[in-house]
Design a protein around this ligand. Structure first.
Ligand code: UDX
Length: 448
């Protein structure tokens, strides 16, 4: 049966969750403190670039199942289930700062107590939070609203940007962290259209295990990437090809194919932040998670090494060198540049005196907000190359894969490419007449 829900926070997680719940017939009140964002959403405009999101947003808005508001009281008034989809930014020491979650839970409890709402309210935390947060929120709402029936559960999301709508509508699994049979019944009913008992189940576990599951998933994905990145350095040293090794291992079903692509490291709003928070959380109980710590160190080192290779190629200094950078988003199919390896790379090149002209199909505006006029922005991927000493590929957008090679050659000063995402094959690049450096494979030089 369709329900009335509230989603607090219309960032990536909140907006995609809200739209997908509405798509399955629920009435969803989405609340955010950012008035501009709410106004854009009311007009049916998505504030983020996410494939497939805007048409679903517009349809559900039009059909009256999605309502946007800045008013928390209005948002929660009719809702039986309230989802908290709030940021948990890193603190100075890397721990997740949960004050948005706590402040909002407190405000909700105050409204429920003040308005005398006695219906069951389920407060579901969907933000990535350290273990024990669900318990902490439950204690807090009990103190603030002792006579109200507010039950708190954990329901971490696993959506990946660029594919978030499809993943939310067809999740691999839904994790519900609660030991309360009433809560489990309500959430089971809500998620029934999304799951399938056989291969896309809803898993019920205690709240602490659900909280750890989220960190464990992201840490494991990051670990796979760092493993391949570390191995890519080994392959470079011994003359092996990491892409052949990747294929060789990934066909083993015990290993699988995903998250094995070597590159200039992982970025984004989740993986780097979550592994730092997990490491901190372990420190707080007197433990060090050695593999997770190594994962973070290898990631930083991978980017550093790539910059060193570029520096070395140009005689130890990048002063007065000009580079074209293709790709600014932390990965393709998004305009998100949070903790983007491309941005880190550009900052390192700039610090060494280089001039950068960049191009990205979606992330030019988001980059301008961060890097401003420290770099130049090209109209298209080819004009970025004019007069550059080398092309550097930082993000593997599909449109970069089959370029017009003659056009590239006519614009570059020298036919040098540093490919941080292994878009092309070294043999092909050699035949095409490029000096080509990639990750975990031999460098090739024209005519050699
Ligand atoms: C991630 C998790 O996948 C998602 O489940 C969680 O909810 C949030 O964090 P996201 O940040 O959208 O999602 O990005 P993801 O697709 O996982 O990629 C993260 C980073 O790893 C990107 O910078 C990407 O370029 C890099 N990556 C990914 C690699 O370098 N190699 C790979 O093989 C895969």
């Amino acid at each position: 049966m369709a329900q009335t829900l509230a989603v607090i926070g219309t960032g990536y997680v909140g907006l995609v969750s809200g739209v997908c719940f509405a798509e399955h017939g629920n009435t969803v009140w989405c609340m955010d403190v950012d008035q501009d964002k709410i106004e854009r959403l009311r007009r049916g405009e998505s504030p983020i670039y996410e494939p497939g999101l805007e048409p679903l947003l517009q349809r559900n808005l039009h059909e009256g199942r999605l309502i946007f508001t800045e008013d928390l009281r209005q948002a929660i008034h009719h809702a039986t289930v309230v989802f908290l989809c709030l940021p948990t930014p890193p603190d100075q020491d890397g721990s997740a700062d949960i004050h948005y979650v706590l402040d909002t839970a407190r405000a909700i409890a105050e409204i429920v107590a003040h308005d005398g709402i006695d219906r069951l309210r389920i407060l579901v935390n969907r933000s990535t939070v350290p273990v024990g947060t669900t318990e902490q929120v439950q204690t807090l709402v009990r103190q603030v609203a002792p006579s109200a029936d507010i039950r708190v559960a954990s329901n971490p999301e696993f959506m990946s940007e660029g594919n978030a709508v499809q993943q939310t509508l067809n999740p691999d699994r839904v994790v519900v962290g609660s030991s309360d049979p009433d809560v489990i019944t309500v959430l089971r009913e809500l998620y029934q259209p999304f799951v399938d008992d056989y291969d896309r189940p809803l898993l019920v576990m205690d709240d602490k295990s659900a909280e750890v599951t989220k960190y464990a998933a992201n840490a494991f994905l990051a670990l796979r990437i760092s493993f391949m990145n570390e191995l890519s350095r080994y392959c470079e040293s011994v003359g092996a090809d990491i892409e052949l090794v990747r294929t060789g291992i990934s066909l083993d079903p015990r290993i699988g194919r995903t998250y094995l692509h070597p590159g200039i490291g992982f970025g984004g709003s989740c993986l780097p932040k979550d592994i730092r928070a997990l490491v901190r959380s372990a420190h707080q109980v007197g433990m060090s998670l050695q593999l997770v710590e190594a994962t973070a160190n290898i990631n930083a080192e991978q980017l550093h090494r790539f910059v060193e290779r570029i520096r070395h190629r140009f005689g130890g200094s990048l002063a007065r060198r000009r580079f074209a950078v293709w790709g600014l988003a932390f990965k393709p199919n998004t305009d998100d540049v949070r903790e983007s390896p491309a941005h880190k790379l550009i900052s390192a090149l700039l610090a060494d005196g280089a001039t950068i002209t960049a191009y990205d199909p979606e992330a030019m505006d988001t980059t301008r907000r961060v890097l401003g006029d420290r770099i130049e922005y090209a109209r298209d991927m080819y004009s970025a190359l004019d007069g550059a000493d080398a092309l550097i590929v930082a993000t593997e957008w599909a449109e970069f894969r089959m370029p017009d090679w003659d056009n590239i050659k006519s614009r570059l000063q020298e036919n040098v490419i540093f490919d941080g995402r292994n878009l092309w094959h070294p043999n092909m690049m050699q035949v095409l007449g490029f000096e080509y450096h990639s990750i975990g494979r031999r460098s090739v030089f024209p005519g050699v």
